[in-house]
Write a protein that binds this ligand. Structure first.
Ligand SMILES: [Zn+2]
Length: 165
């Protein structure tokens, strides 16, 4: 088994859409960033990459590259997942904490969990999501995500061959 941890934060800005966990949320501000600013998918991506000791999201998709401006962050997650599979692992489960003052995540939690699960190819009950307000942190103008992921070794081919006989 391997464990991975990812952290990300983005600042709220007016006049851009808000996307968290691949889901568009109605809000008067969005998250600024070189891509679509999806703080949760970025933290999941970094957790996957960290679990296999691969280069992080900033190294693979440099913010300086105009190619990633406004990009759908699902692209980053899919690349990280591809690397996880190539390294011989599958995703066991993911647990995430989101810290933001607004909007309320509760009404969207099921949709976000389902979307993240679909992107990872796991069941929705393998994706945990908690949302907190930044009590005492003074980060009301930011969204923060912490994510841990557990990877399991894929069954070896030899074992599969044995089963076939
Ligand atoms: Zn980010």
């Amino acid at each position: 088994m391997r464990i991975g941890y990812g952290f990300d934060s983005h600042e709220f800005r007016s006049g851009i859409p808000l996307k968290i966990g691949g889901i568009a949320l109605a809000h008067d501000q969005g998250l600024g960033g070189h891509s679509d600013g999806d703080v949760l998918l970025h933290a999941v991506t970094d957790a996957l990459l960290g679990a296999i000791a691969a280069p992080d999201i900033g190294a693979l998709f440099p913010p300086s590259d105009p190619k990633w401006k406004g990009a759908d962050s699902a692209i980053f997650l899919r690349e990280a997942l591809k690397r996880v599979h190539s390294a011989g692992y599958t995703v066991g489960n993911v647990d995430a904490s989101l810290i933001l003052a607004a909007p309320k995540i509760g009404p969207h939690a099921a949709a976000i969990r389902a979307r993240v699960a679909k992107l990872l190819g796991v069941h929705a009950d393998c994706v945990g999501l908690k949302a907190k307000t930044p009590e005492g942190l003074g980060t009301d103008n930011a969204a923060i995500a912490h994510v841990v992921v557990l990877l399991a070794r894929k069954p070896t081919r030899r074992r599969k061959d044995r089963r076939r006989k």
